[in-house]
Design a binder for this molecule. Structure first.
Ligand code: GLP
Length: 246
């Protein structure tokens, strides 16, 4: 198995390398289509991206952002929504035009139509160039929960119990989480480059399953190993006792 695996000593070091890759993708292709995960893991990466872009005048004005996932029933005005997170960490600091942000609107009446709208937008923009992913405690990527079909494009999904429990950390008060809307594995696998980040000892077990277990939809993140341009970036504590690539 060829695996592009990189292990860094610290979260800071990992975040610097991930940020370099994001910047490089835009330098190489100023009209790049990016898709960025939310969550605790990429916070520092995004703050490095924003700071570096500002300091070095990296031009993000032609970049488009595609939504990876969103909590259904959580409005954008809620600071715990994926939209609010990305707005604060990337869209506002990089001054991204609204018409270059293509995000699931979970307040729309017809969420199936919302999925089709985003599917069509990805095609219209010529596909996703660069995707930055985190991994859930249950192995999800985006909201592709264990057992999901790898053939799906954007879809609404009933969230796993683990996701609903862990997800409370993003909200200032207890929030009812039941469904999610997400790009599907088919679209994730078609993106031209993927970076999957994991940090901290809490992720050790799921990272071992992702990288050393069977490639299967029981652990959706394991499909990264089949992506021809997929990179896994870990810090030492997430790498734990991995035996491969070290
Ligand atoms: C969240 C998001 C994912 C994210 C993952 C890991 O619920 N839906 O897109 O990558 O779970 O989150 P964290 O980085 O906080 O561990």
């Amino acid at each position: 198995m060829t695996m592009n695996l990189f292990v860094y000593k610290t979260y800071e070091e990992l975040s610097r390398h991930a940020a370099d890759q994001v910047i490089q993708s835009v330098v190489d292709k100023p009209e790049a289509v990016l898709c960025m995960a939310t969550g605790s893991t990429p916070i520092l990466t995004y703050s490095y991206v924003s700071a570096f872009a500002k300091q070095n005048r990296v031009d993000f004005s032609r970049v488009h952002f595609i939504s990876l996932d969103e909590w259904v029933g959580v409005p954008r005005t809620n600071a715990g929504s994926c939209y609010a997170f990305l707005h604060a960490s990337l869209f506002a600091p990089l001054v991204i035009r609204n018409d270059h942000i293509h995000f699931f609107n979970t307040e729309a009446d017809d969420l199936v139509f919302e999925c089709k709208r985003i599917d069509a937008k990805i095609i219209e923009l010529g596909g996703i160039d660069f995707m930055l992913l985190g991994v859930g405690m249950n192995g999800h990527i985006g909201f592709n929960e264990p057992g999901v079909s790898r053939k799906l494009n954007a879809h609404v999904i009933e969230l796993d119990e683990v996701t609903c429990t862990v997800g409370q950390k993003y909200f200032s008060e207890e929030t009812k989480l039941k469904n999610g809307i997400t790009l599907g594995l088919a679209q994730i696998m078609k993106s031209r480059k993927i970076l999957l980040l994991a940090t901290g000892s809490d992720k050790q077990d799921i990272i071992r399953k992702t990288l050393e277990g069977k490639i299967s939809n029981d652990v959706p993140a394991s499909f990264i190993r089949k992506h021809p341009n997929g990179y896994v970036l870990l810090d030492l504590s997430a790498a734990g006792e991995l035996t491969i690539g070290l």
